[in-house]
Ligand binder design. Structure first.
Ligand SMILES: [Zn+2]
Length: 428
């Protein structure tokens, strides 16, 4: 039996309403106890954490690991290494691989890779429809049986109201959410940024807020009709926040996530024509960013997820309108949230932990999100005072597509522990 004592850190665990300078004792892969001045024997390994935050392991529930099919962009090994270095003790991976994760064989292959080469646990998300084509429903029962924790046709909306209704009804049997990429694609064809004054000035075709909000509204109505669980991914507009706030007040089983790039950047950033600012949904207007910040503050938003979307340099070093959308986010999500949400007073540290750990674990029904005795010993340790610039050249990801290179941020992960093992620690 191995014992690890994390001593003197500020333990922040909203699942127990805990915010105390205490100790955390780990025995093998489980939390043994949290408390004041926990006893240690001679063979207990001790890590001093005075001044650091000790939280239940963060989980990024929206990551593109790209394997199988696009290993030149990312693999399970490189993506989970980036996750550990970003303070994440787990990731959920989207099914838009090649082949699509719409059957047991792909799910099992991802889990097998994660077990042999992964730095942190991987929770696969299966496709809603076969090939994510929006026609026939995938074998969702089989996917869940193989280890999928949710279903999504991410990259695309669930194509029709009919299919979404069926998916919400069917997933109730398994207690899993349908994760929704909300985009009416008839309104966004060939668009490369948010539709607004900036797109007009830059001469780029716009993606209107309405394209997102129409699908949010449709699927909230279907969630209410069916009683199924809907999770809206990467919400980016003021109107979406309004729909979601109202739906939650009515008791609809809907949750949602926002990304760090949508609460830090606006469409004006596209003026640089840096293709790393091209994302889907696009960076929105200033009033949308304000609405996202307000929704983070008032509890409308449940989760911060990175939408880590690695691309090869050749897919980004092209004209803006043909560049692939997406940015790498696993190693910048936590410092962006510390800098722009915690240090500005938009949220407190307990809410940060809820957004990165308690809520994603609850929504996906996975173990973790708590430091209660007996829970898996997955821990994220933060140094809220450390100030450093993002250096994308040191990223563990295989890709380099980030608009945040060189940006100075305060508040960084210091250590990531999975099942009682330190899988990453900051050299700073
Ligand atoms: Zn998406």
């Amino acid at each position: 039996m191995s014992r690890l004592l994390l001593r003197g850190g500020r333990i922040v665990d909203p699942s127990q309403k805990l915010d105390q300078v205490w100790d955390l004792l780990i025995e093998d892969d489980r939390v043994e106890a949290v408390g004041k001045d926990l006893p240690q024997d001679s063979d207990t390994e001790v890590i001093e954490l005075t001044g650091k935050v000790v939280a239940p392991g963060f989980v990024d529930m929206h990551v593109h690991l790209r394997e199988p099919g696009y290993e030149y962009k990312e693999t399970v090994a490189s993506g989970t290494a980036a996750a550990a270095a970003g303070g994440f003790a787990g990731v959920a991976c989207m099914p838009n691989t090649d082949p699509v994760n719409d059957n047991r064989a792909v799910t099992e292959m991802i889990l097998d890779r994660a077990a042999t080469e992964g730095s942190v646990p991987v929770y696969p998300i299966g496709a809603v429809s076969a090939g994510s084509k929006g026609e026939e429903m995938a074998e969702i029962g089989d996917l869940v049986d193989a280890g999928c924790v949710a279903v999504s046709d991410d990259g695309h909306p669930v194509a029709t109201s009919f299919l979404m209704r069926r998916a919400l009804e069917y997933t109730k049997m398994f207690g899993i959410p349908v994760i929704d990429h909300c985009e009416d694609m008839s309104l966004t064809a060939r668009s490369s940024m948010h539709e607004g004054t900036a797109s007009t000035r830059l001469g780029l075709k716009g993606h209107p807020s309405a394209a997102e909000e129409i699908i949010v509204a449709r699927d909230v109505i279907l969630a209410e009709l069916t009683g199924g669980r809907l999770h809206c991914a990467h919400m980016s507009t003021a109107g979406s926040m309004r729909h979601l706030r109202e739906a939650k007040q009515r008791g609809v089983a809907v949750t949602c996530e926002v990304t760090p790039h949508h609460f830090t950047l606006i469409d004006e950033a596209v003026s640089s024509f840096d293709t790393n600012t091209k994302v889907n949904p696009p960076l929105r207007g200033p009033e949308d960013r304000e609405a996202v910040l307000a929704a983070l503050g008032d509890g409308t938003v449940d989760v911060i997820a990175s939408d880590h979307a690695p691309h090869h340099a050749d897919e980004k070093n092209v004209e803006y309108d043909i560049a692939l959308p997406g940015l790498i986010g696993l190693e910048t999500a936590v410092p962006l949230a510390c800098e722009h949400l915690v240090h500005t007073g938009v949220i407190d540290v307990s809410r940060l932990v809820e957004l990165f750990s308690t809520n994603p674990c609850r929504i996906m029904g996975i173990a973790g999100g708590t430091l209660e005795a007996g829970a898996p010993a997955n821990v994220t340790i933060l140094d809220l005072d450390r100030q450093a610039a993002v250096d994308i050249s040191t990223s563990r990801s295989k890709s380099r597509n980030s608009p945040f290179d060189g940006v100075l941020l305060r508040g960084w992960p210091a250590m990531t522990i999975v099942a009682g093992m330190v899988v990453w620690r900051s050299e700073a």
